[in-house]
Design a protein around this ligand. Structure first.
Ligand code: C5P
Length: 243
């Protein structure tokens, strides 16, 4: 039995709030009593700051701080602790920061456990999905993208990181590589029939879960729906059926 296997559907769906702080507050109001997780990315973090993370946390949400830390170990350790202290329950870090940085992030999470009584989850970014082989080569990485992604995922796991963020198309491979206890968080998820927006290689919530995702990230199909709570509930039912 894997670490996340018994999670109910509701706790596996992370709603991406890619909007202004005021819109985020309004969406949080609409999703209260429905969603467990909200995801804030760097646009919202730099607009609303960690006080917004704290506010969402105090309203009872788990907050995914998608800040993709990548710095020297001393900074990364402090940033994980500071974000956790503000209410972050999941934080992303770049696998390409290397073992020392990843271990420092893990230490930051353990410091949070000592001080707060609970530690945030940590997920590694391997290769940004916006990068193709040419872009990777331009920064000096010449091996194929799947090899680079697998190498960074393994490095992160050995350094104490809980898992990865990856496309649903890579979820099966990551689950097999990292084992049943790994956190596997998949964006690029679209319920059947919903608009793709700028996403191209998508999977449905059921497909992502069946491929081994522990959690899915869904933004616009929920946040731009006429009724965000109804859209969330429909996805929750789909995930529940896939479990
Ligand atoms: O609105 P949508 O469902 O496309 O939002 C997906 C969210 O997941 C966004 O916050 C986006 O930044 C994030 N994401 C992604 N693809 C990745 C990594 C993160 O879409 N490879």
């Amino acid at each position: 039995m894997g670490r996340f296997d018994s999670l109910p559907a509701r706790d596996r769906i992370m709603v991406a709030l890619d909007c202004t702080p005021d819109e985020a507050r309004e969406l949080a109001g609409r999703l209260e009593g429905h969603a467990t997780w909200l995801k804030v990315g760097i646009t919202l973090i730099y607009a609303g700051g960690l006080p917004l993370v704290r506010e969402l946390s105090e309203r009872g949400f788990k907050v995914f701080v998608d800040a993709k830390f990548h710095d020297i170990p001393h900074q990364a350790r402090g940033a994980v602790l500071a974000a956790a202290t503000s209410g972050a329950d999941l934080i992303t870090v770049h696998g390409s920061g290397g073992a020392a940085m990843l271990e420092a992030c893990h230490e930051g999470a353990e410091l949070a456990r000592e001080r707060l009584g609970h530690a945030p989850l940590l997920a590694a970014i391997t290769v940004l999905t916006s990068m193709d082989a040419a872009a990777l080569a331009s920064v000096g990485v010449r091996r194929p993208i799947p090899e680079q992604a697998a190498a960074l995922a393994t490095l992160a796991q050995r350094s104490g990181i809980d898992g990865v963020v990856c496309s649903p198309k890579e979820a099966r491979e990551m689950r097999d590589l990292l084992g049943p206890d790994a956190l596997v968080v998949c964006p690029g998820v679209r319920p059947a029939g919903s608009a793709l927006g700028d996403q191209s290689r998508v999977a449905t919530p059921a497909q992502a879960i069946a491929a081994g995702a522990s959690h899915i990230v869904v933004g616009r199909p929920i946040t731009q729906a006429p009724d965000a709570a109804t859209a969330f509930d429909a996805i929750e039912r789909e995930v529940a059926n896939a479990l």
